[in-house]
Design a protein around this ligand. Sequence first.
Ligand code: DGT
Length: 148
Amino acid sequence: MTGAVNYNTLQCMASKRPTWIPVVTAMIRKGPYVLIGQRPEGHTLAGQWEFPGGKIEIGESPEQALARELNEELGIEAEIGDIQMACTHSYPEVGIFLVFFEVQFWKGEPKPVHHSELKWVLPEELKTLNIPEANRRLLPTILEILRS
Ligand code: DGT
């Protein structure tokens, strides 16, 4: 039977395909400092320091998703700048596709609406903080970008 779609075969293929979650994050810069937030209790990676951001929802562009996340998490109206880098990271059950954007301009003062704490740090301080494994692997590149 040429041209016929075997639904069971498709289901089987789909279940073997890895799941990737797209995540957008912001490098929010003020002079030499960058803003990071501590992930709250009750979420994965609780206590770790991350760049603010989150998952892209269906129908959103990456920039729209990041602007929404920054509004929800920090209470700011951000102008999303250029993509600085992108990477993938695999957790046991799922992978994330992580895209970092530069943010230099925003309205409002960032508040820890979602995070347990926010802080402005010098890029070097990231070396000493508990950060997600996905970010740790890329730290040399992250530092290079933040120093420029
Ligand atoms: P979750 O992960 O189910 O607890 O849900 P959320 O809403 O706390 O997670 P969300 O939306 O922040 O998703 C971001 C995912 O990407 C999460 O698994 C942590 C991971 N990730 C790794 N590095 C970073 C980073 O620098 N910033 C953010 N925002 N997420 C990161």
